[in-house]
Design a protein around this ligand. Structure first.
Ligand SMILES: [Zn+2]
Length: 251
């Protein structure tokens, strides 16, 4: 059984109960961090996930609220004695910038640093990202302010599927990506350029005929407004929930 743990559910401005959106997929042989903000070491500890078990990282796009934790996580892993390689997957746009950022930290001079492999994904729909005994992950480009990818994860055993929209306006690519999925985790930052409202997330969930919808990347704290779950329910007849930090989603 593959599970996904929400490590953060907020949009770009976090609050005390909602870290920026990122999550981890936990399998038996591989565990994948999806985006990396703040200091994931602490979030992983709180979620009961051993940092050493992380084999892969997928970076959806190069906005600070999705990737700012990478340099500190890599440094922490190194200081904790990691020897195992780490694979980082993302679009060329994302990974070129990440390599430049790490160069600014002179990571080439960190003695005994563990191997990091960058896997650049083509910006095509349903591109395979990784395959293992636990799950298969595919990526599709979505419509954001900069190049970004959404994900589709299939449990190799149960064949159940989960899709994650990432930051995006409503678009065909997200509907294709989520088509027939058991679970869709969709952003609900608001009806803004490069983003979606909760109602638009509900529309996409209905069009993609998914089993259940979880809203994520929503305004929190003093920026929260309205009732996003109710707004999505007006568009989507299935179950709708607000993703919360440390929520576990089995699929
Ligand atoms: Zn973004």
């Amino acid at each position: 059984m593959v599970k996904l743990i929400i490590l953060g559910s907020s949009n770009a401005i976090p609050d005390i109960d909602h870290e920026n959106t990122h999550m981890v997929i936990v399998g038996n042989t591989r565990s994948v961090l999806i985006d990396c903000v703040s200091n994931p070491i602490v979030r992983l500890q709180q979620a009961g996930v051993d940092t050493d078990s992380i084999t892969d990282m997928i970076l959806t796009h190069f906005h600070p609220d999705h990737v700012s934790g990478v340099p500190l996580l890599l440094m922490n892993m190194w200081l904790m004695g990691r020897r195992e390689p780490l694979s980082i997957h993302g679009l060329e746009h994302t990974l070129d910038r990440m390599e430049n950022l790490m160069s600014a930290y002179s990571w080439g001079n960190w003695p005994g640093f563990f191997p990091v492999a960058f896997h650049r994904l083509p910006g095509q729909e349903l591109t395979p990202v990784l395959d293992c005994d636990d799950f298969h992950i595919l990526a599709s480009p979505v419509r954001h302010l900069i190049p970004a990818i959404g994900l589709r994860v299939e449990d190799s055993g149960t064949k159940k599927t989960l899709a994650y929209s990432c930051d995006t306006e409503p678009c065909e690519e997200v509907t294709h990506l989520a088509s027939g999925a058991d679970v869709l985790i969709h952003e609900a930052a608001g009806r803004l350029l490069g983003h979606s409202s909760a109602a638009q997330a509900g529309e996409t969930a209905r069009q993609a005929e998914v089993g259940a919808l979880y809203l994520i990347h929503y305004p929190t704290g003093r920026y929260a407004s309205g009732d996003p779950v109710a707004e999505a329910r007006e568009q989507f007849p299935g179950p709708v929930r607000l993703a919360e930090d440390f929520m576990e989603i089995e699929f």
